[in-house]
Design a protein around this ligand. Structure first.
Ligand code: UDP
Length: 471
C-alpha cells in the first residue's frame, strides 16, 4: 500500500495554491508518497454554469493533475449555509459543516492506502477532531510567515491577559523575534476580540498547538529570529509549541492562464522598466481609489502593468467605466491594464518587471523575493500590515506607502513612491537588498539549506508509523 498524505487547504487562492505547492514539493523530493488534496466548494459557486472557460484555480488544478499523477484532488460537496461570519472567515463555517464528508473521505482513504498524516490549514482546523478520532497524525501548514504565525499562536495568551479588547490595548509586545516596534495595533484591523470570528480564531490557534507539527512557508534567512523564538516556545508560554518546520519559500510559477497577453506585452518592454500593480485575490478598490491609482501612474511616467479589481465588479462595467476618462488612451504606449486576474508568478519572473506595488499577501511577497523584485507596500487586509512591517523595517526590501486614516492613498503619494522605487538612491538600495534575499531564498532550498533540512525531517516523521497527535 502506498504512503499517503492528505492536505486540506482553505478556500482562497493564496491558501489553496500554497498547500498544493507543498504537495508538489513532497512528491518531487519523495516520490514514494501519494497526495490527496481535499477541495472545498465556495458558497456562491454555480454548479449549473455552462461556461466552459476555466477559472484560474481550475486552470491551475488541471495543470497540476496533468503533471503530477501521484497528486489527486477530492472535491467536497457544496453545503448550503446561512452564514453570520464576515466573508474572509467563511471557510471556518464551511469546513465545520463539511466534517462528516471529511470523516468519510479519510476512512475510505485509510482502507486502501497507508494514511500517514493529514495537513490542515488554520481555517480548516475543525477537521482536527476527525483526524484525531481516526488516530491519524495531524499537522498544520501555515501559509503565511513565521512572525505572523508567532502572533497568531500568541493570541490566546494575549486575550487571557488582556483587561480590555485587544484593539483598545495599544500596547508594545516585546517578545524576541517580533519586529522591534511591534504593538498590538499591528494585529489585523478586523480582529474584534468580542466577535464570533475572534472566538473561532482563538480555537484554531489553540488547536494548532495540539498538532504534531506546524509547517510554515518561510526560511531562516528572512525570519530566523522569529523561528528561533517559536522553537523556544516563547509564543505559547502556558502550553507546548509543536515542532516547527520552515520549508519555504514555496511559490508557484504560474496560477491561471495568460488570456490577456500580459507576457507577450512584457516581451516588448525594456529590461526592468515595468511596475506591476497587483493586489491578491481579494484586493478590490472603490472607483475613487481607482481614479487616484490612475493619476499616480500617469504622474510617475513609468511603464506599468495593472491588474484591476473593483468593488463594483459587475460584468456590465468595463475598464473605461471604472477608470478616469481618457486614461487608457493616454497611457496605451507605456501601460497595460487587465481586469481581475493575470498570472502574477510568471509576470514577476519576467525580465521587464522592475518594481511591484503589492498588497503584501505572503505569497506575493515570497514571489517577489524569489524573483528579486523590489516593492512598494500597500497592505489591505488580514495579516498584511504585519507583513508590511517585516518588508519595510526588517528585510528592507520595500518602500512604505502613506495612507490616510481610512486607508485611502492619493495619486500623488503613489506616483512619488513609484518614482522613488524606480529612480532614487534609496530605491537602488532596496533593489540590492532584495537581490541578496533572492540568493538566500535559493540557498534555503538547495541541498542542506535550512528549508531542505526541515523538509527532510518532516518526511522522516511522516514515515514513522507510531506518530499520532496528542489530544
Ligand atoms: N495571483 C495571481 N494573479 C492575480 C492575483 C493573484 O496569480 O491577478 C496569485 C498570486 O501570484 C499569489 C496568490 O494569487 O500566488 C495570492 O496570494 P497572496 O498570499 O499574495 O494574497 P491573497 O490573495 O491570499 O490575499
Amino acid at each position: 500500500m502506498k504512503d499517503t498524505i492528505v492536505l486540506y487547504p482553505a478556500l482562497g487562492s493564496g491558501h489553496l495554491m500554497s498547500m498544493v505547492e507543498l504537495g508538489k514539493l513532497i512528491v518531487t523530493q519523495h516520490p514514494s508518497f501519494s497526495i490527496t488534496i481535499l477541495i472545498l466548494t465556495p458558497p456562491n459557486k454555480n454548479t449549473n454554469n455552462k461556461d466552459t472557460t476555466l477559472s484560474p484555480q481550475e486552470h491551475y488544478i488541471a495543470s497540476v493533475s496533468a503533471t503530477f499523477p501521484s497528486i489527486s484532488f477530492h472535491y467536497i460537496p457544496p453545503i448550503s449555509l446561512p452564514t453570520k461570519l464576515l466573508t474572509h472567515f467563511i471557510t471556518f463555517e464551511i469546513a465545520t459543516q463539511s466534517n462528516h464528508h471529511v470523516d468519510n473521505i479519510l476512512q475510505s482513504i485509510s482502507k486502501t492506502t497507508n494514511l500517514k498524516a493529514v495537513i490542515l490549514d488554520f481555517f480548516t482546523y475543525s477537521a482536527y477532531q476527525i483526524a484525531t478520532k481516526l488516530e491519524i497524525s495531524t499537522y498544520f501548514y501555515y501559509t503565511s510567515g513565521a512572525i505572523a504565525l508567532a502572533t497568531f499562536l500568541y493570541l490566546p495568551t494575549l486575550h487571557q491577559n488582556a483587561k480590555k479588547r485587544i484593539q483598545d490595548l495599544h500596547m508594545p509586545l516585546r517578545i524576541p523575534g517580533l519586529p522591534k516596534n511591534f504593538t498590538t495595533d499591528d494585529y489585523p484591523d478586523e480582529l474584534d476580540s468580542e466577535s464570533d470570528e475572534f472566538k473561532i480564531l482563538l480555537e484554531s490557534a489553540k488547536t494548532m498547538t495540539k498538532s504534531v507539527g506546524i509547517i510554515v512557508n518561510t526560511f531562516d534567512a528572512i525570519e530566523g529570529k522569529a523561528l528561533e523564538s517559536l522553537n523556544k516556545g516563547l509564543f505559547v508560554p502556558n502550553g507546548t509549541t509543536p515542532t516547527i518546520f520552515s520549508i519555504g519559500p514555496l511559490i508557484t510559477s504560474s496560477y491561471g492562464g495568460d488570456e490577456n497577453g500580459c507576457l507577450r506585452w512584457l516581451d516588448l518592454q525594456p529590461s526592468k522598466s515595468v511596475v506591476l500593480l497587483s493586489f491578491g485575490s481579494m484586493g478590490r478598490f472603490s472607483k475613487a481609489q481607482l481614479k487616484e491609482i490612475a493619476l499616480g501612474l500617469e504622474k510617475s511616467e513609468k511603464r506599468f502593468l495593472w491588474i484591476v479589481r473593483s468593488e463594483l465588479d459587475s460584468e456590465e462595467l468595463n475598464l473605461e467605466d471604472l477608470l478616469p476618462e481618457g486614461f487608457l488612451e493616454r497611457t496605451k504606449e507605456n501601460g497595460m491594464v487587465v481586469r481581475n486576474w493575470a498570472p502574477q508568478g510568471a509576470i514577476l519572473s519576467h525580465d521587464s518587471i522592475g518594481g511591484f506595488v503589492t498588497h503584501c499577501g505572503w505569497n506575493s511577497v515570497l514571489e517577489a523575493v524569489c524573483e528579486g523584485v523590489p516593492m512598494v507596500a500597500w497592505p489591505l487586509y488580514a495579516e498584511q500590515s504585519l507583513n508590511k512591517v517585516i518588508l519595510v523595517e526588517e528585510m528592507k526590501v520595500a518602500l512604505e506607502l502613506n495612507k490616510s486614516k481610512d486607508g485611502f492613498v492619493s495619486g500623488i503619494e503613489l506616483g512619488d513612491r513609484i518614482k522613488e522605487l524606480m529612480d532614487s538612491y534609496k530605491g537602488n538600495e532596496i533593489r540590492q537588498m532584495i537581490f541578496k534575499t533572492k540568493i538566500s531564498s535559493k540557498e534555503a532550498r538547495d541541498q542542506n539549506g535550512s528549508s531542505f533540512v526541515d523538509l527532510t525531517k518532516l518526511i522522516q516523521l511522516f514515515k514513522q508509523k507510531e506518530t499520532t497527535s496528542s489530544s
